[in-house]
Ligand binder design. Sequence first.
Ligand SMILES: [Cu+2]
Length: 248
Amino acid sequence: MPSTQAIPAALRFWHLPVDAAKHGHALDSHLLLNLWIALALFALAQVLLFGSLGFRRRAHRPIHKFTLEYLPILAFAGLFAFLALRAHALWASQRYTGAAPEALQVEVTGMQFAWYFRYPGADETFGRTEPQLVAPAEGNPVGVDPGDSHGVDDIVRSQLVLPAGRQVDLTLRAVDVIHGFAVPEMRLKQNAVPGQIQHIHFTPEAPGEYAILCTQVCGLGHYRMQAMLRVLPPAEFDTWLHAQEDRR
Ligand SMILES: [Cu+2]
């Protein structure tokens, strides 16, 4: 697939956003396969439609019902089952397979109307959170329990910073209503649902800055619920993370 830069500016409006994640190519290929098949079926339908205008059925050559009805139905059922199962396998590979043990753990919390990102700190374990402790104005936006020693070194930021080339395991939570965590360039979209923990893992590959959106209409301030994802080269990420640990 050509990169976005290789496409003339006038034609970019229909093109997909730049693909900056490892799994992006497989998803884009599947999307394009769906579109090409839809185009081919549309063309076939037009050929059959116009062809039938001049069709004269000859009495001595009856078309069997199986050929006319059941065969196309079976063919379409097989085609759509193939596309659906392939799509499901791609979808499930980021959710059901489990992240690699060495994946970077980051917790994402959605609330009206902001995203917060928590890193587990040096002990690599998230501290306990309590809904009644959520207090953005007092510097505890995700409700980390100060009584839990694992939470002492947790780092909470309003910007998501990740290293390029390393798998990331996101744990999504929401504190009020359903929010939709989406980063088009990372081909990521997953709802954050109050009372549930959602996991999604992926590997960002291209360093850069990408917008994090909310794709659920979550209230009057939904339009301004945005955050920034910064993907850094691994060495720069390590420097950034150590600086955050010192700052905390
Ligand atoms: Cu939202």
